[in-house]
Design a protein around this ligand. Sequence first.
Ligand code: FE2
Ligand code: FE2
Length: 176
Amino acid sequence: MTQAQLTDVATLRSRARQNVENGAVTEGYDADRQEIIRLLNESLATELVCVLRYKRHYFMANGLKASVAADEFLEHATQEAEHADKLAERIVQLGGEPEFNPDLLSKNSHAQYVAGNTLKEMVYEDLVAERIAVDSYREIIQYIGDKDPTTRRIFEDILAQEEEHADDMADILQDL
Ligand SMILES: [Fe+2]
Ligand SMILES: [Fe+2]
């Protein structure tokens, strides 16, 4: 049996006492923290832009009496807001500051804010935005690799839900 190559306990214990003010960020943290925080903030902007777009679509679709689509828009808006919260929480854990400045959101976001005039346009734009999110989160996960398992898991959970969102929008688009 080959033994796992772990750090010995004495070293672990003394390392944990160094730079205690860094909280969850320990000496063993392998990733480029500033770069991870930057990616988290771009993703936070993406999520917040998606919340706004889905909210607009929810209220507009409600006016069009398109209740199935409206229900989906509202559910997605709520879930995008939860994604934003998870990202912001992680940014703070890593010693960064979550960017909520509205002037910077659409600039930093990967997905776009498209108002959409018809229901079909709204669903189409939401599908495009989800596909952008799916691709960018997948790339971020690949970039993180083994270097920051917690951030990676957060992105993996979000990615899985964005894929469901894209699927929901594709289904609705088919029936329009
Ligand atoms: Fe999201
Ligand atoms: Fe989404």
